[in-house]
Design a binder for this molecule. Structure first.
Ligand code: ATP
Ligand code: MG
Length: 396
C-alpha cells in the first residue's frame, strides 16, 4: 500500500521521537484500517514521551489537549496528534475518567482502549503490536471488548454504543460476551451526554448497516434507555439510505415515530439549528409529496437534496410508486423560471415606492403572490410588467 502524506508524516515523527530516546507508535483506528487495506484520514501517534518532552523534540507544535496528553505536531506534510501513553483513573459516573495518568508503557496504554481491533499499535518498522488478538478478531469480523466487557462498559457506558457503531461501519458482529455485557449495563447509557450519543449515531446513519445497528440497539435493550423510540417501525431501516448525509438518518428516525412532537428529539440530541431546519423541511416536503403532490412552489422553495430525500422516503416508506426520480426532480427544478427570489428584477423597495405606502406586513404578502405568479408563468419577470401587475392588483 502506498502511504499518503499523513502516514509519511507519522513515520517521520516516530523516527524523530525514537532518535530522542522515546518510544512512539501509530495507534487506534489507523492501524485497524491499515490492516483492512484502507488508509484512515486520521493517523494518531502514542508515545512514551511526556507532552513537554514532545514539545522539545519538534519545532512546531500546538497544544490541543494537553490535559489528556495530546500535542499536535505540525509536520510539513501534515499535522499529527501525538498523545502520551496513559491509563485512565476511576470512573465515578460511567463516563469520562476522573483523571488520566501518564505512563511509560505501551502495554498499559493499549489496555485502556475499547475494542481489540482498536487496541493494536504499529511501530516505525511497521511491526504490529497486538496484545489482545485484534488481528484475529479483524479476520473473524468481530467487535470484542478489551478485557472484561462488563467492567469496561461500566467504566464508560458510551463504549456500548461505540461497539454498535463499529459493527455498523465495518459490518462486523458483536462478540457474545461483549453483547451480553451491553445487555447487562444498558441502563448506564442514560449517564452519557446526548451530544456524545449523537456523534455515534451520525456515524451509524452514514454506514452501510444502519438497520443492523438499530437491531442491536433493540436486542441489547439500549433502546429502553435512549430518548425517543428507536424501535418504532424498525423494519423500515433496511430500506434506509443516507446518501452520505447523517442528518437524513435523524429525519428518517423522526418520520418513523409518526408523532408530531417527535421533532423534539432533535433538541434532546443537541442538533444544530441548521440540522433542525433541514429535518423539518424534509418532513414537510415528504408530507406534501405524499398528500397533494408538489407544486412549482415546492420545487422552488426546497433545495434539491431536501426534495430528493423526501422523494426517497415517499417511495420507500409510503410506497409512492409514480415515476418521480432524482433526475426528474432536478429537471423540474431547473425548468423553473426563477431559481431564487433574488432573481426577481423588482424588490421590496420598488414596491414601496410604487405604492407610496410604508413598509409593513403587506409587503411579504405581495412578494409571495408575485413569486407565485412568476413561477406559474402568469407574470413575466420584467420590471414594467411587474409594475403594471402590481398597480392593477393593488390599486391605491
Ligand atoms: P474513526 O475511524 O471513527 O475515527 P477510531 O478508531 O479512530 O475510528 P476514535 O473515536 O477516533 O475511533 O478513537 C481513537 C481510538 O481511541 C480508538 O481506536 C480507541 O483505541 C480509543 N478510544 C476512543 N474512545 C474510546 C473510549 N470511549 N474508550 C476506550 N478507548 C477509546
Ligand atoms: Mg479517529
Amino acid at each position: 500500500m502506498k502511504l499518503d502524506k499523513n502516514w509519511q508524516a507519522a513515520f517521520d515523527i516516530i523516527q524523530s521521537l525514537e532518535r530522542a530516546g522515546y518510544e512512539a507508535v501509530i495507534v487506534g483506528g489507523a492501524v485497524r484500517d491499515y490492516l483492512r487495506g484502507q488508509l484512515a484520514n486520521d493517523v494518531d501517534i502514542a508515545t512514551s514521551a511526556l507532552p513537554e518532552e514532545v514539545k522539545t523534540v519538534f519545532s512546531r507544535t500546538a497544544d490541543v489537549g494537553i490535559a489528556h496528553g495530546t500535542v499536535l505536531v505540525i509536520h510539513p506534510l501534515s499535522p499529527v496528534e501525538v498523545t502520551t501513553y496513559r491509563t485512565e483513573g476511576t470512573y465515578a459516573d460511567h463516563r469520562r475518567p476522573d483523571e488520566v495518568h501518564f505512563v511509560r508503557s505501551l502495554e498499559e496504554d493499549l489496555k485502556r482502549r475499547d475494542f481489540t481491533i482498536n487496541a493494536m499499535a504499529m511501530r516505525g518498522s511497521k511491526k504490529i503490536v497486538d496484545l489482545y488478538g485484534g488481528q484475529s478478531d479483524l479476520s473473524a469480523e468481530i467487535i470484542r471488548a478489551v478485557g472484561n466487557a462488563t467492567s469496561r462498559f461500566s467504566e464508560d457506558a458510551l463504549r456500548m454504543l461505540r461497539a454498535i457503531r463499529f459493527s455498523a461501519q465495518l459490518g462486523f458482529a458483536i462478540e457474545e460476551e461483549t453483547f451480553k455485557a451491553i445487555r447487562k449495563q444498558a441502563l448506564d447509557i442514560s449517564f452519557i451526554a446526548k451530544e456524545r450519543i449523537k456523534v455515534e449515531f451520525d456515524k451509524v446513519w452514514i454506514s452501510k448497516n444502519a438497520h443492523k445497528a438499530i437491531r442491536y440497539v433493540i436486542e441489547t435493550s439500549l433502546v429502553e434507555y435512549l430518548p425517543g423510540d428507536f424501535s418504532k417501525q424498525a423494519e423500515h431501516w433496511s430500506t434506509f439510505e443516507s446518501f452520505g448525509n447523517p442528518v437524513n438518518g435523524w429525519a428518517f428516525l423522526i418520520l418513523l415515530q409518526q408523532d408530531e412532537n417527535a421533532v423534539q428529539l432533535l433538541n434532546t440530541f443537541n442538533c444544530s439549528n441548521k440540522e433542525k431546519k433541514y429535518v423539518k423541511q424534509v418532513l414537510q416536503a415528504y408530507q406534501t409529496r405524499t398528500t397533494t403532490g408538489w407544486t412549482v412552489k415546492d420545487y422552488f422553495e426546497y433545495d434539491l437534496p431536501v426534495l430528493e430525500i423526501a422523494n426517497d422516503f415517499a417511495k420507500k416508506f409510503h410506497h409512492s410508486n409514480d415515476d418521480l426520480n432524482s433526475s426528474e426532480i432536478a429537471r423540474k427544478k431547473n425548468a423553473l423560471v426563477i431559481q431564487s427570489r433574488s432573481e426577481i428584477v423588482v424588490n421590496g423597495r420598488d414596491l414601496i415606492e410604487w405604492s407610496g405606502e410604508k413598509s409593513g406586513p403587506w409587503l411579504k404578502i405581495v412578494i409571495d403572490k408575485m413569486v407565485d405568479e412568476i413561477l406559474s408563468n402568469n407574470l413575466v419577470n420584467d420590471r414594467q410588467q411587474i409594475k403594471d401587475w402590481f398597480l392593477n392588483e393593488y390599486p391605491r
